[in-house]
Design a protein around this ligand. Structure first.
Ligand code: MG
Length: 489
């Protein structure tokens, strides 16, 4: 099965008038031709397209998800299945180079000088600390909904320098959650966790964060999912120039979704245009759909259209089909309900089934988020920038990276595939018997009751037993004290 690639379906950039844009378009067009001619899309783990974006080849999944579930639709079977990647063969996921201008850079040269006293006290521990980093999942590890998980606060305080030597140990957050701008999510997390040193947007990767790279490929996009206008705001924040949301289309043609009636407020907020004269270049599902009937109808209409022009029907459902991207592939998520609730993956599988039934062909799509490769490659980019913020330019990516997660099928599966150490905690999705690892995706460093237990075990292994986990007011903790007012962006 040939995978879709934005290289194949890349529309002409309407704003490609400057030399750089023209060069980018040329590179992408050239790579499209390479792909069509059978040349491997990429020979390395990543291939640079231009200065701001590079592409990560997706892992292969030989069978469509919908085929696997044709005869087994129970949640228990879904939960037991093994999987690695859900992406189509040969596809690539573009991701951006993260920004490196964290404000922390401007103060750290001074801090590094002053922190030399700490290094003198324990050079070996400091060296080991610089070679260690944590990557935390959020939901089920640090928070559950709007509540902090017990001891998560303590675990992050230790990493923020609340230890006997005042050492800061780097960590970033990698979540399949989303639906709000990164800065807003950090504000929400900081209110829940009450950290002395707030979490910065430079430490946070949501499922849709790497999808900002797609703005380089598509001028007009349909944004699906999320509460109210939040996902439109996310797309604007990422720099997409021409954003369409379902309500814009419904306001233009109310008959397109027969069971949905816009409220006066929704109608007033919509931006109707003559969509029979506009090509939508790609569909981006940034968060879970809040209106399955309308969203599925519009997506199917566009996938069956000629080059994304509503009102048309393509004579060839493959070559004229516009691409569709999903921010993650999770089938279910835990909330306050007794059983887990359906998530974006369930929506996608429903769409795949409808599309196959209507056209007779498989729907090819790109999925971001854990456990997909792009999420982990992008996380390393973010971690590298964060290390520079903490320790200055030229800092190396740590050799000892520990993924701490609650979901074996995403956090642990992806971390293992990417060569990280993995810790599974028992405060979220995974509720296996105490002392037992997950059978399908066992955590390489073990199973822990909570994130604090995992953090302490990792520090003991990597830094030894000399570091104490109590706040010592006499410790030289210059970085902690100096940075906390500067780390906000
Ligand atoms: Mg989780």
């Amino acid at each position: 099965m040939d995978g879709i690639s934005p290289l194949i379906t890349c529309p002409t950039r309407s704003t490609a008038s400057d030399d750089l844009a023209a060069k980018r378009l040329f590179n992408k067009t050239q790579r499209t031709e390479e792909h069509r001619n059978g040349t491997p899309l990429m020979s390395n783990a990543k291939s640079q397209v231009d200065d701001s974006v590079f592409e990560v080849p997706t892992s292969n999944s030989p069978y469509s998800d919908v085929a696997k579930y044709t005869h087994s639709h129970t949640l228990s079977l879904l939960q037991k299945r093994r999987h690695t990647s859900r992406n189509s063969s040969g596809a690539a996921s573009p991701i951006p180079h993260p920004r490196s201008n964290f404000r922390l850079n401007s103060v750290l040269s001074d801090d590094r000088d002053r922190s030399t006293s700490v290094q003198r006290q324990s050079a070996l521990i400091m060296a080991a600390a610089k070679n260690l980093a944590f990557v935390f999942d959020i939901d089920g590890v640090l928070v559950n909904g709007d509540h902090a998980i017990a001891k998560a606060h303590h675990a992050l305080h230790i990493l923020n320098g609340d230890n006997s030597l005042g050492i800061r140990i780097p960590y970033i957050l990698l979540t399949n959650g989303g639906g709000m701008v990164e800065k807003d999510r950090c504000t929400q997390l900081n209110e829940i966790l009450h950290l002395g040193m707030p979490i910065s947007p430079g430490q946070l990767i949501q499922s849709h964060t790497p999808m900002q790279a797609l703005k380089e490929y598509y001028s007009t996009v349909l944004i699906i999912g999320g509460e109210g206008e939040r996902c439109k705001k996310i797309a604007q924040h990422y720099g997409f120039t021409d954003i369409v949301v379902p309500h814009d289309i419904l306001a233009w043609d109310p008959t397109i979704s027969p069971f949905k009636k816009l409220t006066p407020a929704e109608l007033a907020a919509a931006n109707p245009r003559d969509f029979s004269r506009i090509n939508i270049n790609a569909i981006l599902v940034l968060s879970s759909s809040r209106d399955y009937a309308t969203d599925l109808q519009l997506i199917v209409d566009l996938l069956c259209s000629s080059h994304g022009r509503l009102g048309t029907v393509s004579s060839d459902p493959v070559t004229e089909r516009i691409p569709i991207y999903f921010s993650h592939g999770d089938l279910i998520f835990p909330n306050g309900h007794l059983q887990p609730r359906m998530s974006q993956g369930a929506f996608r599988i429903g769409l795949e089934g409808m599309y196959k039934a209507l056209t007779g062909v498989e729907l090819e799509r790109i999925i971001y988020g854990k456990p997909e490769r792009a999420a982990y490659v992008y996380a390393e980019e973010v971690l590298a920038r964060w290390m520079e913020s903490l320790y200055g330019e030229g800092s190396k990516l740590p050799e000892n990276v520990y993924m701490v997660g609650d979901n074996p099928a995403s956090d642990i599966c992806g971390g293992n595939m990417h060569g990280w150490n993995t810790c599974l905690v028992r405060t979220g999705v995974f509720r296996g018997e105490k002392g037992k690892n997950d059978e399908d995706h066992p955590a390489s460093f073990g199973v822990f009751d909570d994130v604090l237990e995992a953090v302490i075990a990792v520090i003991r292994k990597e830094l030894g037993n000399d570091l104490k986990f109590e706040w010592n007011p006499r410790a030289q903790n210059h970085i902690f004290e100096q940075d906390k007012d500067h780390i906000r962006q």
